[in-house]
Ligand binder design. Structure first.
Ligand SMILES: CNc1nc2c(CCNC[C@]34C[C@H]5C[C@H](C[C@H](C5)C3)C4)c3nc(N)[nH]c(=O)c3cc2[nH]1
Length: 374
C-alpha cells in the first residue's frame, strides 16, 4: 500500500511547493483539481483532462449516491473504472450540495435528511453514510461530513455550527477507520466562518482528532476576496505544515494566487468548466467573453503560448462563431482551454516557488491580469 504523504520540496514565504504521493499517482502542489459532476468533467473526455496537466479530479458524492447510486458504481469496480480516470479522485462529503441543491431538508445532530432533486425520494446523509458512499465510489481522498454555514452568520450560530462539524469530524473518522482501505485519505474541514477565534478552535479540535489533510471550508460563499484572505491569514499558519491544505470551492485566478501566497496547496472550482460552457475564456490578461461581437473577425488564437488544441488550432473568430451558432464544439474547446490555462497557472506558481521568486511572479501576474469581465 502506498501511504498518502505530502513531501514539501520548496517554500517561499508562506507559499509551498510539494508533491503528494497517492496509490494512484502523484499530485504536484499547488494543484488545481477539475470538477467532475455526475461522473464526467462536463464536455470533456478524461484523456484530454489529463493532457491539460490535471493529476486529480473531483467526483460528486451527492449526485452519484442518487444516480446511478454508489452501490452500482461499486459493482462496476468504483468511479475510476466507471468514468475512465485512473489517477487519484477526491470526493466531497455531499453536505454542501444538499444544502445548496435541495430545499426540502432537515438538519439534526444525526445528519441531514433531504429529498432527492431528481425523483423526490427521501435520503439521510450522516457522517457514517457519507463515508460509506465515498468508499463505495473508491474515492482516494475523502472529506468528513461537515456543515458549511451561510454568510453572513451570527457569531453564536457560527460557533454552534463549527462545533457540530467537529463532532461530525470525529464520527467521520471513526467510520473511515472501519470502512476505508489503507491507501485512502480522509481530510478534516475547518469551519468558523469569519471569526478567527472559532477558526483556531476548529483547527485545534481537528488536529487533535488527526487527519491526512485539512480543508478550509466555509469560504467562497459570498464573503468576498478580502474577507476570505483575512480568514486565511488567521487560519493557515495554524494548520499542520506537513499535511496538505485544501481551500474548497476556490476560485478565480487572483483568489488562487492570494491563497497560495498564504499556504494553500489544493483548489477546486467549477469556474473554468462552467464559464467555458458559457463563452468566458480565462487568459493571462484576464477573462474575455467570446460571444462579444468584437471577436467576430479576430483571427488570433486565445493564447499563442498554449499547446492546448483549443488555443493552438483555432482563431477567436472561429470560437466566437461556434458560440453564436450554438455548436456543441464551443463548450468542449473553451472548457479545454480554461482547464489548460488553470493548469498553466498552477505550473507557473510551482516553478516560481521553486525559484524563490513567488513574490515577483505574483506582482507581475497582478499587473497583467485585469479581472473586469471582457
Ligand atoms: C464555491 N464555493 C464553495 N464550495 C464549497 C464546498 C464544495 C467544494 N466543491 C466540491 C464540489 C461541489 C459541487 C460541484 C463540484 C462537484 C461536486 C459537487 C463537489 C465541486 C464546500 N464543501 C464542503 N464540504 N464544506 C465547505 O465548507 C465548502 C465550502 C465551499 N465554498
Amino acid at each position: 500500500m502506498t501511504p498518502f504523504t505530502l513531501e514539501l520540496t520548496h517554500t517561499d514565504g508562506a507559499a509551498r511547493r510539494g508533491r503528494i504521493t497517492t496509490s494512484r499517482g502523484p499530485i504536484d502542489t499547488p494543484a488545481f483539481m477539475p470538477v467532475g459532476t455526475a461522473g464526467t468533467v462536463k464536455a470533456m473526455q478524461f484523456r484530454d483532462v489529463k493532457q491539460t496537466g490535471a493529476q486529480v479530479v473531483l467526483g460528486n458524492t451527492y449526485h452519484l449516491m442518487l444516480r446511478p447510486t454508489a452501490e452500482r458504481v461499486d459493482r462496476f469496480g468504483g468511479l475510476h473504472r466507471f468514468m475512465g480516470w485512473d489517477g487519484p479522485i477526491l470526493t466531497d462529503s455531499g453536505g454542501f450540495q444538499v444544502m445548496s441543491l435541495t430545499d426540502i431538508r432537515k438538519l439534526t445532530e444525526e445528519g441531514v435528511e433531504f429529498a432527492s432533486h431528481i425523483d423526490g425520494s427521501r435520503h439521510m446523509l450522516t457522517p457514517e453514510r457519507s463515508i460509506e458512499v465515498q468508499c463505495l465510489l473508491h474515492s482516494d481522498i475523502q472529506m468528513q461530513l461537515d456543515e458549511c454555514p451561510p454568510f453572513p452568520i451570527e457569531e453564536a450560530a457560527s460557533r454552534e455550527s463549527m462545533e457540530m462539524s467537529v463532532r461530525w469530524a470525529k464520527r467521520s473518522k471513526a467510520a473511515f477507520e472501519r470502512m476505508a482501505g489503507g491507501h485512502q485519505a480522509l481530510f478534516g474541514i475547518v469551519q468558523g466562518s469569519v471569526f478567527p477565534d472559532q477558526r483556531a478552535a476548529s483547527v485545534r479540535a481537528l488536529t487533535d482528532i488527526g487527519f491526512h489533510g485539512y480543508s478550509v471550508g466555509g469560504l467562497a460563499v459570498g464573503e468576498g476576496r478580502e474577507a476570505m484572505l483575512r480568514v486565511l491569514d488567521a487560519t493557515c499558519p495554524l494548520l499542520p505544515e506537513d499535511k496538505p491544505h485544501y481551500l474548497m470551492g476556490v476560485g478565480k485566478p487572483l483568489d488562487i494566487l492570494g491563497a497560495v501566497e498564504r499556504g494553500i496547496d489544493m483548489f477546486d472550482c467549477v469556474l473554468p468548466t462552467r464559464a467555458g460552457r458559457h463563452g468566458q475564456a480565462w487568459t493571462w490578461d484576464g477573462p474575455i467573453n467570446l460571444k462579444n461581437a468584437r471577436f467576430a473577425d479576430d483571427e488570433a488564437p486565445l493564447d499563442a503560448t498554449s499547446d492546448c488544441p483549443a488555443s493552438r488550432d483555432y482563431s477567436k473568430a472561429y470560437l466566437h462563431h461556434l458560440f453564436r451558432a450554438g455548436e456543441y464544439l464551443a463548450a468542449t474547446l473553451l472548457t479545454w482551454h480554461n482547464l489548460a490555462f488553470y493548469q498553466a497557472l498552477m505550473r507557473a506558481m510551482r516553478d516560481a516557488i521553486e525559484a524563490g521568486a513567488f513574490a515577483e511572479f505574483a506582482a507581475a501576474f497582478r499587473a497583467r491580469h485585469q479581472e473586469r469581465a471582457g
